[in-house]
Design a protein around this ligand. Structure first.
Ligand code: ATR
Length: 278
C-alpha cells in the first residue's frame, strides 16, 4: 500500500490525512496517509528517511515550507516563484521534486467554489510573508487588473512588489489603503495565528472595507475568522474562509501523486465544513 505524510509542527490537527483518505476512497484506492511531527533540526532527516523507506509523496506545512524549498533537488516553476514547497514528489535515486499547490488551490477555490470573477478584477492582498508570496504569483497568472500588496511592514510589501517585476502590482501601508470599488480582498497575514487572544483586527476602516465585494481569508476555523467578521460587519457581499483552498491544493497534490484527473472536492469541502461546525 502506498504511504504518504504531511510534515509540520504542530501537525496533529492537520486535515490533510482526512482529505487525502477521502479522495482515495472516491477512486477506490487504498493509501496510508499519516501526519509526521518533526522539528527544525530533524526536518531534513525526517524527509530523507520517509522517502528512503518508500514514501510515495508528502505534503509540507507550517513552518517547513521554506526548508522544503531549500532541500529538494528539483523545483516546479510555481514553487521556485513562491520560494516555498508544500508537495514533495519522489523522482527516484534520492531526487525530490518540490511543488507548490497553494496558489493554484487558492485560484480554483476563488473561481470554482466561490464563483469569483478574476478577469478585470482589482485585488487587495493583505500580508507580504510566505503565504502572500505564493498567492501573489498565482494571482498574477490571472487576468486581474491590479494587485495592491498591503503590509504592516511596508518594506516587505515593497520588496515583494519589486520581485514580481509586474506593473500591475503596487505596495501600500494599511493607513494609506484605498480599496478599489468592487475589489477582492484576500487576507494572507497570519494575524489570527500571531494574536493569541484571537481578537486582533487588521487596521482597515469598515467604510474602506465596504468598498470590496468579496473578502477571502486564507485561514479557516470552526467559526468565522476575525477578518471575516470585520468584513461581515462592513457588509461586504461575499465572505469566505480558506477551507476550500486547503481542499483544492490537496486535490492538485493528489492528482500529481496518483496520476489521476478527477476528484470531487465539493463533497470533501462539505464533509469538513459540517465536521468543523461540530
Ligand atoms: P506566512 O508564511 O504565514 O506568510 P510570515 O512569512 O511570517 O508567515 O508572514 C506573516 C504575515 O502576516 C506578514 O505579512 C506579517 O506582517 P509583517 O511583515 O509586518 O510582520 C503579517 N502579520 C502577522 N501578524 C500580524 C498582525 N498582528 N497585524 C498585521 N499583520 C500581521
Amino acid at each position: 500500500m502506498a504511504f504518504f505524510t504531511v510534515f509540520g509542527n504542530p501537525v496533529a490537527h492537520s486535515l490533510s490525512p482526512q482529505i487525502h483518505d477521502a479522495f482515495a476512497a472516491q477512486h477506490g484506492l487504498g493509501i496510508r496517509y499519516l501526519p509526521s511531527l518533526t522539528s527544525a533540526g530533524q526536518f531534513r532527516r525526517a524527509v530523507s528517511d520517509f522517502f528512503y523507506c518508500g514514501g510515495a509523496g508528502a505534503n509540507v506545512t507550517v513552518p517547513f515550507k521554506e526548508s522544503a524549498y531549500e532541500l529538494v533537488t528539483h523545483l516546479t516553476t510555481r514553487a521556485a516563484k513562491a520560494r516555498a514547497v508544500n508537495t514533495l514528489i519522489p523522482l527516484g535515486f534520492g531526487q525530490l521534486l518540490g511543488d507548490n499547490t497553494d496558489g493554484i488551490g487558492l485560484i480554483t477555490d476563488l473561481r470554482v467554489n466561490c464563483h469569483q470573477q478574476l478577469n478585470q478584477r482589482a485585488v487587495v492582498l493583505l500580508g507580504a510573508g510566505g503565504a502572500a508570496r505564493g498567492a501573489l504569483y498565482a494571482l498574477l497568472e490571472q487576468p486581474v487588473t491590479s494587485v495592491t500588496v498591503v503590509n504592516r511592514t511596508l518594506e516587505r510589501a515593497q520588496q515583494l512588489v519589486e520581485d514580481t517585476q509586474d506593473s500591475r502590482v503596487t505596495a501600500c501601508a494599511f493607513d494609506a489603503l484605498a480599496i478599489p470599488t468592487g475589489a477582492l480582498v484576500i487576507n494572507a497575514t497570519s494575524i489570527s495565528l500571531s494574536d493569541k487572544s484571537g481578537t486582533a483586527l487588521l487596521p482597515i476602516e469598515a467604510s474602506e472595507l465596504a468598498k470590496a465585494t468579496c473578502a477571502y481569508d486564507m485561514m479557516y476555523g470552526a467559526k468565522p475568522t476575525v477578518f471575516m467578521q470585520q468584513a461581515q460587519n462592513a457588509e461586504v457581499n461575499d465572505v469566505f474562509d480558506g477551507l476550500g483552498m486547503l481542499v483544492e491544493q490537496a486535490a492538485v497534490a493528489f492528482k500529481l501523486w496518483h496520476d489521476l484527473e478527477r476528484v470531487n472536492t465539493q463533497q470533501v469541502i462539505e464533509q469538513l465544513r459540517s465536521q468543523l461546525k461540530g
